[in-house]
Each structure stands twice: as structure tokens, then as C-alpha cells.
Write a protein that binds this ligand. Structure first.
Ligand code: PXP
Length: 252
């Protein structure tokens, strides 16, 4: 077998990039008008190498709003991953819009972003009907959890097909603490995959820290938002996404 052929067999499967467009809406909402439109950002994602759109409809609607969801779905053929809190209101919206995937996240109104992972272990009884009702509607359920074996076990008990491992601690740590956090993410990606759960990862990823995460072979998807939109101010959204795509591909 040629080296080239061997390399292509050994290479892990492609890593999808979900682009979180929430912060386009954050800027729009700062002035209360309709510019910049997150739908226009969603339309640009595919051409720049993104594989999906991620958006978090928060309880306080500080990012995207209800009407954005339908407009995003109509404007792009890419799969939509709806991040949502486990509330009746969000469940009803998800069932109405039927996104490709729903990522259940913890949500506290006063937090600036999604700070910790979901306590899937402690919230089994609360989460179980959300996982089953979303799954029954054909929506791929993901749980946003810390890279912790208890949480992976809880995701298995809940029958979630996907977990998204929280990379925030990794992104904020330095030196040996960062290396330890990266090992936890790699170990939990392997544990999830071994148990039939597709591992994704996200939060706080940047051009500087994405490669080590993208190199984890079991990971199937990264969801990245704040950095991409921030960088877009300087280089444009397409260039920002394209560079992230390149760094992810180079790391595989
Ligand atoms: N994944 C999930 C579940 C999130 O809640 C967020 C933040 O909204 C992200 C990924 C993206 O994080 P960041 O904006 O830091 O890239």
C-alpha cells in the first residue's frame, strides 16, 4: 500500500465545523434594528467551509430571536443545531421548528455565556422527557457536558446519541493545567465513542487553541462562535471561518 493510501486510511474521519452565529445577533440587538442580520452570516457559512449552523435561543433572547430561527432554516441548506435550555418553552419551539439537532445546555439568566456543563447526572429525571420527546420528533439530541466520566455515564443512561464536551476550562487554563484538561477531553471523547455516543466539543476555541482539540480522533464536530465572529471584524467572516477550517483540517 502506498504511503498516501495508508495515510488516507489511518486518518480519522472529517471533523465538522458548526459555526455559532449568535454574536452577529448580539451586535444587531445592541441597536435594536435588523443589521447585521444573522441570516446573512448563516448564508456565508457553507461557502467558507462550515458544515452547520449553531444558534442558542436564550430565555432572554439576547442573541437570536424566535423569528430568526425560521429565517435561518429557510435561508441555508446546512443543518441547524439549536442550543436550548431544558424548559417547556424551548421544547415547544424545538418541536415546532424541528432543527437537525438540539444541544441541551444549562442556562442561567445572569451568566455572560454558558459557563459550566449540564449536570446530566444530577438532572436525569428532569432531562429524560426532553431527550425522548426531541428524539421522537427526529431531532438529534446532544448534551453539553463537562469532560467527566459521570456525565458520560449519565448521557448513556439518558440515551443521548451525542455529547458536546465543554472546552471552556481547557481554553482558559495554561501550562500543565491546560494539558491535563486536554487529556480529560481526549479520554472522554474516547469513552463516549466506545459507548456508541458521538462526541463533539466546543466553547472558547480560537485559532491558537483549536489544533490540539481538533487532533482528538474521536471528535466528529466542533462548535465555535465568539472567536469567529470577533475575528470577522478584522478579516471578514468568510476568511475567519476558512482559516479555522484549515487549522482543523491540518490537525487531523
Ligand atoms: N457549544 C455550546 C454548547 C455553547 O453554548 C457555545 C456558546 O454559546 C459554544 C459551543 C460556542 O462557544 P464560543 O462562542 O465560545 O465559541
Amino acid at each position: 500500500m502506498s504511503e498516501l493510501l495508508r495515510a488516507s486510511f489511518l486518518r480519522p474521519p472529517a471533523l465538522r465545523l458548526g459555526v455559532n452565529i449568535d454574536h452577529v445577533a448580539t451586535i444587531r440587538n445592541a441597536r435594536g434594528g435588523d443589521h447585521p442580520d444573522p441570516v446573512r452570516a448563516a448564508e456565508m457559512v457553507a461557502g467558507a467551509g462550515g458544515d452547520g449552523i449553531t444558534a442558542h435561543l436564550r430565555e432572554d433572547r439576547r442573541h437570536i430571536r424566535d423569528d430568526d430561527l425560521a429565517r435561518i432554516q429557510a435561508a441555508t441548506g446546512l443543518p441547524l443545531n439549536l442550543e436550548m435550555a431544558a424548559t417547556e418553552e424551548m421544547l415547544e419551539i424545538a418541536l415546532r421548528h424541528k432543527p437537525h439537532a438540539a444541544c441541551i445546555v444549562p442556562e442561567r439568566r445572569e451568566e455572560r455565556t454558558t459557563e459550566g456543563g449540564l449536570d446530566a447526572a444530577g438532572m436525569h429525571n428532569h432531562l429524560a422527557p426532553f431527550v425522548s420527546r426531541l428524539s421522537d420528533a427526529g431531532i438529534r439530541v446532544s448534551l453539553f457536558i463537562a469532560p467527566d466520566p459521570r456525565q458520560i455515564e449519565a448521557a448513556m443512561m439518558l440515551g443521548a446519541p451525542v455529547v458536546e464536551l465543554h472546552t471552556g476550562e481547557y481554553a482558559h487554563a495554561e501550562g500543565e493545567a491546560r494539558a491535563a484538561e486536554l487529556r480529560r477531553i481526549a479520554d472522554m471523547a474516547a469513552l463516549a465513542a466506545k459507548n456508541g455516543i458521538e462526541p463533539h466539543a466546543g466553547h472558547g476555541l480560537t485559532f491558537d487553541n483549536v489544533a490540539a482539540v481538533a487532533a482528538i480522533p474521536q471528535l466528529a464536530e466542533l462548535n465555535i462562535g465568539h472567536f469567529l465572529i470577533g475575528e470577522a471584524i478584522f478579516v471578514g467572516l468568510e476568511a475567519s471561518i476558512r482559516q479555522m477550517r484549515q487549522l482543523m483540517d491540518d490537525a487531523r
